[in-house]
Design a protein around this ligand. Sequence first.
Ligand code: DGJ
Length: 366
Amino acid sequence: MPLNSFRPGKLWPDNHGVHLNAHGGGVLFYDGVYYWFGEHKIEGEAGNAAHVGVHVYSSRDLYNWKDEGIALAVSDDPNSPITRGCILERPKVIFNPRTNKFVMWFHLEPKDAFDYSGALSGVAVADSVTGPFQFVSAFRPNAGVWPENVPAEAKRPLSPEEAAYVAKLDLPGGPVPYYPKQLLFRRDFAGGQMARDMTLFVDDDGSAYHFYASEANGTLHISKLSDDFLKPVGKFVRVFPGRFHEAPSVFKRGGKYFLISSDCSGWAPNAARVSVAENIFGPWEELGNPVWGTNEQTATTFGAQSTFILPVQGRADDFIFMADRWNPANAMDGRYVWLPIEFKHGVPTVSWHDEWNLSFFDKASG
Ligand code: DGJ
């Protein structure tokens, strides 16, 4: 029996009856078909590292997903940056009409780097939407480039005293009162900026942007990609220094850019945030929590964390909030929370539905 609704948080069978395995994912609409790419996780705690790769599924209706296999496989070569056992998170795929290639970016940590100290961006490329993707490179983005939005006097590497001070700080990747808001991008100028949770966004003019949690997760970077989408072009901004935004997901509606993101609390859920900007490079303004519901729902984003905002095709103003309900003890059993975005006075909000379908949007208001 084909599915005809979304049931957030429930098991979601693919065409073989197997729970979808595409965590931290994103969706690309290409040639009339939706493709959902995400982390393939195995059973148990071991599933928090990558043992298989990036899984891809296809769908025409968003409810029924066909298993299209592994789009990017981890490598058997122990010297490969994507060797089996690395940490490969939040893959996102975009299509480049100039090169006719599908380009995947993801957050990469070397094998066994469970402290997430690698903070690398990985890039892979394919000629066909479902792959196979070939690994291209892994790096810390924007080495040797100063952010666009810092004053001239901040554009200098750390002094030896500043470097010694920063080296002593314990920066666990979550909020700490001593977070050095203006030092880490200067520390990382030469080697490249830390890049963890991420998304990609392609603007109406075909330019692509990489949003990534940088500077020990405390500061978000928005970085323009090169024309071939394979690397940063050397133009980026820092936003919300010290505010710790993870799980960035971005969409554009009515000429405005919206960002839904989370706080940083590891696998444990926390309250989401929505931010808005007229220009992708800012200024960005944080508006508050987009989740409407019970105290528990608003404090935990329905027990989930954003991963992508899916534009519903043929409906310019309709978007689906995609989030992951993580299960780090049995990673493969993570659940998907897909909910409609409702605009209240032009601001995106998300409310709970046990079950819903796309006809919801027929009655939604703006
Ligand atoms: C939260 C991130 O959003 C996930 O992608 C993952 O990196 C976990 N933290 C790891 O604790």
